[in-house]
Ligand binder design. Structure first.
Ligand SMILES: Nc1ncnc2c1ncn2[C@@H]1O[C@H](COP(=O)(O)OP(=O)(O)OP(=O)(O)O)[C@@H](O)[C@H]1O
Ligand SMILES: [Mg+2]
Length: 147
């Protein structure tokens, strides 16, 4: 099944979207990236294969990043520079905390320098594993996969 429900919660508001293919999830990312600013932190929650990385791929494309965003299986954090700044964003920081068991482990690889930085858009998969490093004003995305 390709259907996904994606809930976005920010500042007390909640929006729910439904996508039926990876392509539609890319398009959703391209639509909502316009509302994002440098310093924003996206907490991307949801089961394995629910579409978190797919969403980040759509975001990267919208931001003009040519490099292919991969699921950082062994790389826990990857930084992608934008060809030109958009909404005060000069770089995308993609974190996959799946293999981490504490916030301290993420801090140890230098993530604090990026998370919430005024010119950085940060997207964190498996944010609940590193909850101490996720700011209270993070935009919370929840991906649901129906099987
Ligand atoms: N509506 C959809 N939205 C997103 N991905 C979809 C959709 N339908 C099918 N897919 C497929 O589901 C898979 C989602 O994988 P993805 O790596 O994005 O998940 P993930 O949430 O990042 O998982 P993980 O927790 O393992 O990192 C991809 O193979 C994608 O092509
Ligand atoms: Mg992923």
């Amino acid at each position: 099944m390709n259907e996904r429900t994606i809930t976005i919660e920010s500042n007390g508001s909640k929006k729910v979207y439904k996508t039926r293919s990876a392509h539609q999830t890319h398009l959703l990312a391209q639509k909502i990236f316009k509302e994002l600013r440098g310093g924003d932190v996206l907490a991307l929650s949801g089961d394995l294969g629910a579409g978190k990385t797919t969403f980040v791929q759509g975001l990267a494309k919208a931001l003009g990043i040519a490099e292919q965003i991969t699921s950082p299986t062994f790389v826990l954090m990857k930084i992608y520079a934008l060809p030109k700044p958009i909404n005060n964003i000069t770089q995308l920081c993609h974190i996959d905390a799946y293999r981490l068991s504490s916030s301290a482990e993420l801090a140890a690889i230098g993530a604090v320098e990026y998370i919430g930085d005024a010119h950085t858009l940060t997207a964190v998969e498996w944010p609940e594993r590193v909850s101490k490093l996720i700011p209270k004003n993070a935009i919370v995305f929840t991906f649901h996969l129906f099987t």
